[in-house]
Design a binder for this molecule. Structure first.
Ligand code: PRX
Length: 664
């Protein structure tokens, strides 16, 4: 049989196969290889989570595993004290001081790469923590980090953690306005940023965007630290009087040490803003004890992280995935975390495979949107490289279709690596639903059962569990250590957004409280969960969560726009893309000029990631008789689907107009 025939046969076999067993060689060495963990955790809940807490060093032991006396304000490991930076650095120094903590692969290609051993990382984190302290940063001051994928970002996070100052990382791709909104919401007086970064070999200015954002901050910002990432490529900016050069500060504190500040388990480790149903981003609060335990335990149990690994998560640290699975989880376990500044297609489309080959990467954790792009580019790119160092593959952020799953399994994993499809959210802190790779059968397209000790149920609108084979809403019926504790300074919104739907909100009984992540899901006969996507007005573009209201308010802010509705439509690579339906104000012309201003308006308010794929002008929006915009209908139009029954429409004729434009 020729190679080609063999390939065709293999493809055919894979296409038909809908369940895959964990590879034997993997099982033999897996951190978790015994299925009894599911029963054990159920029987011993909530004490089972002591196993997670035991992965950390505590300066003061906790008194109680779970305090559920005031639901839904659950507290974990109460009375315990620890410091996240000490857990990620100091305790590894004796055994792993000379081992790499961070392998950083920078742009433009190789000459930019840097390795930080645990010893070196510890040293620089201490120096920067000393500098921040001198600037006045104290416990509980929120420090905003608006930084690209450079080592100074995790260094700044760990320096903040060392001081007990919560960080709020704002994704560098977000706009100046988005930065200002987040600094305002947190009253953050300190900012660490960079003068720029590299994309596909080009130097990008980040300082100008930062300065623009700072102009929109409604309170005094005491200090701004700027990392000089561009060196000679700097765009010639002079620093303002309250701005400091990062390298200068670190040099001034050469060799300084800062004792890690003991934090209560429930003290805030960081804030992370994420999109929700309303236009205002939500400040998700994560804690020191529960979150860090969760990040460490899931890294160990699901990603199978071991100290000698070189583990690579290709997410950006500006999102929760990077927080939990580039920084906190892997470093808490003392492994080598590889971080990459650039894109997977520069200088060529084999860049990730080249990195895996060069560094003997053992695990790759990436997103379905990336896998779909790899698939489109073709298997010749991974085929160019020796990927045999890989032991496990993971995905996160959005549903992965079986075809992409199988492509990943075969062309990247060579059918020898388990694939974990992990469902979770910013709010959950870490993974919740996925197969344990050394234990469970994998079913492409289905994330799997809930993790041991995690109580997920798929329910109908009345909150009753659905039968296997049915679809419903994903709920979490018991608290877990990694959960968000509240929305920053907004307990009421926390209850409303996540609990009100399925809980008896008057009850003090914790079992009456059910967490609702706003995802739809389907259950199969084996209890495997296929996540269907958001059921709120949030769309998922390339695995990134964007609120339709945020985009709509940006569009309505553009001169000449009277009304706008935004929905997500299917997209081959991005998963979902932004479709905007726009009614113009009287006297303004529909056309290219307005379209361009709308796109620019969205980029300014949020960032290029939210850029509409299509702007459709319409004289009216389809509304129900009560005046609600019929988003489902707009989604169907975006997806080119049949329109179904429009008899409840107040203005059915508008649909045809819109449909016409999309088809054009
Ligand atoms: O809709 C789910 C989807 O991403 C949402 C969470 O987005 P975010 O908070 O930005 O966090 C992304 C990284 C954890 C979820 O509500 N989602 C995440 N993972 C999956 C997923 N949908 C399907 N399958 C997944 N594995």
């Amino acid at each position: 049989m020729s190679d080609k025939d063999e390939d065709v046969q293999l493809e055919a076999r894979l296409a038909e196969q809908d369940a895959f067993e964990p590879p034997e060689a993997f099982v033999e060495q897996a951190n978790v290889a015994d299925e009894s963990i599911y029963e054990e955790f159920e029987a011993e809940w909530p004490d089972c989570w002591e196993q997670a807490a035991a992965l950390l060093d505590w300066t003061e032991g906790y008194d109680q595993v779970l305090d559920d006396s005031n639901p839904p304000f659950f507290e974990w490991f109460t009375g315990g004290e620890l410091n996240a930076s000490a857990n990620c650095l100091d305790r590894h120094l004796d055994e792993r001081g000379d081992e790499p903590a961070i392998e950083w692969v920078g742009e433009p290609t190789d000459e930019a790469n840097r390795t930080y051993t645990y010893e070196e990382l510890h040293r620089e984190v201490n120096e920067f923590a000393a500098a921040l302290r001198e600037l006045g940063v104290g416990e509980d001051d929120v420090v905003t980090l608006y930084m690209p994928m450079i080592p100074e970002l995790p260094i700044a996070m760990l320096a903040c953690a060392r001081l007990g100052a919560p960080h709020s990382v704002v994704f560098a791709g977000f706009s100046a306005d988005a930065l200002a909104t987040r600094m305002n919401a947190a009253d953050s007086e300190y900012l660490v940023t960079a003068n720029g970064y590299y994309r596909r070999g080009d130097a990008l200015d980040h300082y100008e965007k930062t300065s623009e954002g700072l102009a929109g901050v409604d309170h005094e910002v005491s200090d701004v630290v700027v990392v000089d990432r561009l060196g000679d490529d700097d765009h010639g900016h002079a620093l303002d009087s309250n701005e400091h050069d990062y390298d200068g500060l670190v040099a001034d504190h050469d060799g300084a040490t800062v004792d890690p500040v003991a934090r209560d388990a429930e003290d805030m480790l960081f804030l992370m803003y994420t999109s929700g149903t309303t236009g205002k981003p939500k400040g998700v609060k994560h804690t020191t004890g529960g979150y860090l335990s969760w990040a460490a335990w899931t890294s160990q149990a699901v990603l199978d992280v071991k100290p000698d690994d070189t583990y690579f998560c290709s997410a950006d640290i500006g999102w929760i995935t990077g927080h939990s699975y580039i920084v906190y989880g892997p470093l808490a376990l003392g492994t080598t975390s590889l971080m990459y500044e650039g894109t997977p297609d520069h200088p060529d489309r084999d860049r990730l495979w080249q990195i895996i080959d060069d560094y003997d990467v053992t695990q790759l954790y990436t997103a379905p949107t990336a896998i779909r792009a790899f698939m489109k580019w073709g298997e010749q790119y991974p085929d160019r490289h020796d990927l045999s160092s890989l032991r496990l593959l993971g995905t996160v952020g959005e549903p992965i279709n079986p075809r992409a799953w199988k492509w990943y399994y075969k062309h990247v994993g060579d059918e020898e690596c388990p694939v974990v499809d992990t469902w979770w959210q910013t709010e959950t802190g870490g993974m919740m639903v996925t197969t344990l790779p050394g234990v469970k059968t994998m079913k492409p397209g289905s994330a799997g059962p809930a993790l041991p000790g995690v109580d997920v149920q798929i329910v109908d609108a009345a909150g009753e569990a659905v039968e296997p084979g049915q679809a419903g809403y994903l709920t979490v019926q018991k608290p877990w250590p990694g959960m968000l504790r509240t929305l920053y300074r907004n307990d009421e919104r926390y209850v409303d957004e996540y609990w009100a739907e399925y809980s008896d909100t008057d009850s003090d009984d914790p079992s009456d409280w059910v967490y609702f992540p706003e995802d739809g899901a389907k259950l199969d006969d084996d209890g495997y969960i296929t996540v269907l996507g958001r059921v709120d007005d949030v769309i998922n573009v390339s695995g990134h969560r964007l609120g339709t209201m945020e985009i709509e308010s940006a569009i309505v802010g553009v001169e000449g726009v009277a009304e706008a509705a935004v929905v997500g439509g299917d997209h081959d690579l991005k998963g979902e893309a932004v479709y905007a339906y726009v009614i113009t104000e009287d006297g303004y012309e529909e056309g290219e000029d307005l379209r361009e201003r709308i796109v620019a308006g969205v980029e300014d308010a949020i960032g290029p990631i939210a850029r509409p794929e299509q702007v459709v002008f319409t004289p009216e929006l389809p509304k129900t008789r009560s005046g609600k915009i019929m988003r489902r209908l707009l989604e169907d139009i975006a997806n080119g689907e049949g329109l179904g029954n429009t008899s409840t429409l107040r203005n059915p004729e508008v649909v045809e107009d819109i449909q016409q434009q999309v088809d054009d």
